[in-house]
Ligand binder design. Structure first.
Ligand code: G6P
Length: 422
């Protein structure tokens, strides 16, 4: 089996390779191709991955290439993890947000919109090439904003896609650790959109223990890149669910903004510094172990999530994971062709989302509002319509007002991230 990793020059890639090395036999893995458009990133990452694989006795080939056709040809899985515009564009988005007093995080607020606008045309072009070069291949999408990009790929790219995020896995691992049980014993009844999800129920060995856990929950630690918030017990009385750490941007917008505005650097600047050290490590011909510094990035468990899903898609027996997939009735109040982040049964027969009943009023409004924003964003990216782009920003609850929406749009046009068609 061949796997192509698009955006293989990411400093995260060794994390993914670590998972491939562990499971090469169970997957029947023959070749991993790392593709990137930036040779100065791809070379050191691929060199390090080869050293790490050799050190661990792995037998599959690791190929690196700048040629997309070569990377895709005959692949069974195409992992997409690209960042259009690099960390510089991420910094621009975050700085604009801070200037305008809007959350500019890379997946939420105006930052998520900007990233989606830059990324959707690129991934749709990639989808066309996947259809030609690797017909039938599964696209495993990590490219952010993952839910929006996955919906664009499924509805308009016409390639079988599963959208992934490390956050549901991280919530599961933290829950298991807090309860002192193995992760396999825990099932989270998770519902929402990417970075806008809630755990409705926690099942341990099939038993519902949600009430016991909620009493002790204060807000959780969450990924390295998301500010911490202590919600307090009244929050959990009002909303008896565990929110994804990314919901802090919505439930504690002012607090999080104040914290981000007071910080000496944007997250993009922090990541650029971490990356400098990571690339120095990858370039050192003596290094063979996955660097501890990788844990300073936000993507904990990303390798495990990817491998669990790939294993599921290869297996005749269904395996339940939280993924981004077409709704198809799983959440009755959301369109069937909208991508939602829910539990799904994955097997060689495909992906079947698991329904959990209607959404309660407490989360229904926000979920539908953000879904409308996401769909308008996809339309804006494809049509390059200024009107749709403005409508998308107005529908985003973290942007919302006309002055702010206009200011974001003007800035995106001025820096060339959005080129209106009319
Ligand atoms: C989390 C999110 C990812 C995001 C990452 C950013 O894991 O779920 O969507 O890409 O953090 O991490 P970084 O280290 O780049 O800030």
């Amino acid at each position: 089996m061949k796997v192509a990793v698009i955006g293989g020059g990411s400093s995260y890639t060794p994390e993914l390779l670590d998972g491939f090395i562990e499971r090469e036999r169970s997957l029947g893995l023959r070749e991993v191709v790392l593709h990137d458009i930036a040779p100065e990133r791809l070379g050191p990452v691929a060199g390090f991955c080869r050293r790490m694989a050799r050190h661990r006795g792995a037998e599959f080939r690791i190929v690196d290439t700048l040629d997309l056709d070569e990377a895709l040809a005959g692949a069974a899985f195409v992992v997409t993890q690209i960042r259009v515009g690099g960390q510089e564009a991420r910094h621009r988005d975050e700085a604009r947000g801070l200037r305008l007093g809007i959350v500019g995080q890379e997946t939420t607020g105006e930052g998520g919109f900007a990233k989606a606008i830059r990324t959707i045309p690129v991934v749709l072009d990639l989808a066309r090439q996947v259809r030609e070069r690797a017909p039938g291949a599964w696209v495993i999408n990590f490219t952010n904003p993952s839910g929006i990009v996955t919906e664009a790929l499924l509805r308009f790219g016409r390639v079988p896609t599963v959208g992934l995020c490390n956050v549901p896995a991280e919530m599961k691992m933290e829950t298991a650790a807090a309860l002192g049980v193995p992760p396999e014993a825990v099932e989270l009844d998770y519902v929402g959109l990417n970075h806008l999800g809630w755990v409705r129920r926690i099942l341990v060995h099939g038993e519902d223990i949600t009430d016991r856990v909620l009493g002790a929950f204060r807000g959780g630690r969450g990924p390295k890149n998301v500010p911490e918030v202590d919600y307090g017990p009244d929050f959990f009385e009002a909303l008896p669910m565990i929110p994804s750490p990314y919901l802090r941007y919505y439930y504690a917008t002012d607090e999080v903004l104040r914290e981000l505005q007071a910080a000496p650097k944007t997250r993009a600047q922090v990541v650029m510094e971490i990356e400098e050290a990571l690339f120095a490590y990858y370039r050192d011909p003596a290094t063979v172990e996955k660097p501890a510094l990788l844990s300073e990035r936000g993507g904990a468990w990303y390798s495990r999530v990817a491998l669990d899903v790939i294993e599921g898609l290869l297996s005749p027996r269904p395996r339940r994971e939280v993924v981004n997939t077409l709704n198809r009735g799983a959440v009755p109040q959301v369109p069937d062709d909208a991508v939602v982040e829910v539990r799904a049964d994955l097997s060689s027969h495909g992906v079947v989302p698991v329904g959990g009943g209607p959404l309660p009023e407490e989360i229904l409004g926000l979920m539908r509002q953000v879904k409308a924003y996401e769909r308008l964003t996809i339309e804006a990216a494809i049509t390059r319509s200024r009107g749709k782009a403005l409508a998308a920003l107005l529908a985003n609850p973290l942007v919302r007002t006309l002055d702010k929406a206009r200011a974001v749009l003007e800035d995106l046009i001025a820096c060339g991230d959005f080129v209106p068609a009319e």
